[in-house]
Design a protein around this ligand. Structure first.
Ligand SMILES: NC(=O)CC[C@H](N)C(=O)O
Length: 315
């Protein structure tokens, strides 16, 4: 498959790029490991793959299992953060930092050294603080995230998988430890069980690549819903969120990810990775088998291939 150079072709040929990407990743599908610390996730077939790109004009490019709903897991951290920012504004940054953590997404050690203030909102500790903010604002916080995602994806049929949420709640000792530690430092206000319940609920929302790519057009469109023009987030907070995704969205692999892919992105242990090209499109790729940092192995390679084939990145 040959693609015309983008400077000659103008807009990227996303349909051709997706065909080429599928051919590139097919030999490695199933390599890596599904997240097995959550029993329900351990049952997912590792060699599945789907990818979608949704333009700001609503045009959809898709390949593979792009309409198959999967557990969004930590991708929910991005949308919970947007909701919390719209509710709380910049005050939120007094409780959570904006630096890469340099450690695993569920690490406890830094929290003790840094007095209960998590490094960023995309590691578990930071997301628990964000969920705490939502607990103070909404009667059922996971439903608020779900409703928000229904709106952004224009899919009122989105659901939250209660089995998945309960499966994670049953083994959330590590997240509970972080929450209690932060509470001991005064950085968590709601009862720990309520925060964990809301957090596991939002992680268990199910969406497809097409749903998520459409939701991501918000951040490609400088904070306005692409289809309606409704402003959800200011231009400046949107820019900052995109920067935060670039530096912290793929955990301890964020530096390498920026080097290889060059797009703001957020991953989840369900195997999804969302990304965007500012002013152009929302992107989502899904393949459940993960590399050691907890990012989809085939998904990372697919995004690297996308920016290499189309020569589109933020750099
Ligand atoms: N990286 C992730 O997707 C982690 C989300 C998962 N629910 C957890 O807390 O462990």
């Amino acid at each position: 498959m040959t693609l015309a150079p983008p400077e000659a072709a103008g807009p990227a040929d996303y349909a051709a790029a997706l065909d080429a990407i599928l051919a590139q990743v097919t030999p490695i599908l199933g390599q890596g490991r599904v997240a097995d610390y959550i029993p329900e996730l351990a049952r997912v077939r590792p060699d599945q793959f789907g990818m979608a790109i949704v333009g700001l004009d609503g045009q959809v490019f898709e390949i593979g299992a792009a309409r198959q709903p999967f557990s969004i897991q930590s991708i929910s951290k991005l949308f919970a953060l947007i909701l919390a920012l719209t509710a709380e504004g910049d005050a939120l940054w007094t409780r959570v930092g904006r630096e890469p953590s340099g450690s695993a997404f569920n690490s406890l050690v830094q929290l003790e050294y840094e007095h209960g203030k998590p490094r960023n909102p995309f590691i578990n500790a930071g997301a628990l603080v964000i969920t705490d903010i939502l607990c103070q604002r909404f009667a059922v916080p996971a439903n608020a995230v779900l409703e928000f995602l229904r709106k952004l994806s224009a899919n009122p049929g989105l659901n939250l998988d209660r089995h998945m949420a309960l499966s994670e709640l049953g083994c959330s000792d590590r997240n509970a430890a972080m929450a209690h530690l932060m509470k001991s430092f005064g950085n968590l206000h709601s009862p720990v069980p309520a925060v964990l319940d809301a957090y596991c609920g939002q992680c268990a929302i199910e969406m497809s690549c097409v749903d998520l790519a459409r939701a991501m057009t918000l951040l490609a469109n400088h904070g306005c819903v692409a289809a309606t023009g409704e402003r959800v987030l200011g231009v400046s907070p949107t820019k900052r969120l995109n920067a935060l995704m670039l530096t912290c969205g793929t955990y301890d692999a964020a530096g390498d990810f920026a080097f290889r892919v060059g797009l703001p992105a957020k991953s989840g242990v369900g195997g999804g990775i969302v990304a965007l090209i500012p002013g152009e499109c929302g992107i989502c790729v899904w393949s459940p088998a993960l590399e050691v940092s907890g990012n989809s192995l085939a998904g990372s390679l697919a995004l690297e291939a996308l920016t290499s084939l189309t020569q589109k990145s933020i750099f």
